[in-house]
Design a protein around this ligand. Structure first.
Ligand SMILES: [Mn+2]
Length: 256
């Protein structure tokens, strides 16, 4: 049997619109069949720490963690903007998954790069923020409970010495960071960058690798790039994942 890679993102466990039961079914059915040479890529925003206590979110999803741990596949957790603080945890060597910002795997000699995709949005939409500045904003958003967005942003402007002149549209764009992807307007710019060959240059990805990302909640699949979609009930298309096997990428929908 050739190794199989399954990639899934944007389940947003902890958010009230998360399709949590369906995701549990996906782990118990589709992922249960994976063997020790197969890979399950958790491609970010699996947990949603924004506005919620991180520990409370993890505790209420303990069954999901236990189910993941019971799988035979290798598990990789690539952080997203809503679960970015996982990268700051010091995981022991024998933890059942590893946490990174990017991941590279091969299938039939073809390299695949995995990123959550917030990096593309930072580059294409959130000028003048750098990716690193956006990540530090994500740490604040993950660690605070309640609605402190306004406070966080104003402290943030001060630290960066950013003062927008009246009418500068970029300020409004950066404030839209906290809106759900379904209501943000510039997702086409993210997709345009994901499809273009210059993306590797800005993201430090190896040339000619295929890119798998999530974040936009808009699944699609093309020759060299695929988006995993999401598992939230406010999205048009739901419960999708990407399967890579014997040189082919496929977009699949879990129907529990
Ligand atoms: Mn995201």
């Amino acid at each position: 049997m050739k190794p199989v890679i399954l990639a899934v993102s944007d389940v947003h466990l902890g958010y009230r619109e998360s399709n949590r039961q369906e995701f549990l079914g996906f782990l118990q059915e589709a992922c249960k069949q994976l063997g020790p040479d197969d890979h399950l890529v958790l491609l970010g925003d699996i947990l949603d720490f924004w506005r919620r206590n991180n520990v409370a979110v993890a505790v209420e999803n303990e069954l999901i963690f236990n189910t993941m741990e019971s799988l035979d596949a290798k598990i990789h957790y690539v952080v997203g903007n809503h679960d970015y603080t996982l990268i700051t945890l010091r995981l022991p060597e024998n933890q059942f998954f590893n946490v990174t910002k990017t991941l590279r795997l091969e299938d039939e000699g073809v390299p695949y790069s995995f990123i959550h995709g917030y990096q593309l949005e930072a580059l294409a939409v959130f000028e003048p923020l750098t990716i690193e500045e956006y990540e530090s904003l994500c740490i604040s958003l993950c660690q605070r409970t309640g609605d402190f967005i306004g406070d966080i942003l104003s402290v943030f402007w001060d630290t960066l010495h950013l003062s927008f002149k009246k009418g500068d549209k970029r300020q409004r764009t950066i404030q839209s960071i906290t809106e759900v992807p379904e209501s943000r307007r510039d997702m086409h710019k993210v997709e345009q960058l994901a499809r273009s060959s210059v993306r590797d240059l800005f993201l430090g990805l190896s040339r000619s690798s295929k890119l798998i990302f999530g974040h936009t909640h808009r699944p699609f699949i093309e020759d060299n790039v695929a988006n995993t979609g999401c598992w939230v009930s406010d999205a048009k298309i739901q419960n999708t994942y990407v399967k890579i096997e014997t040189g082919k990428m496929e977009l699949q929908t879990y129907k529990g």
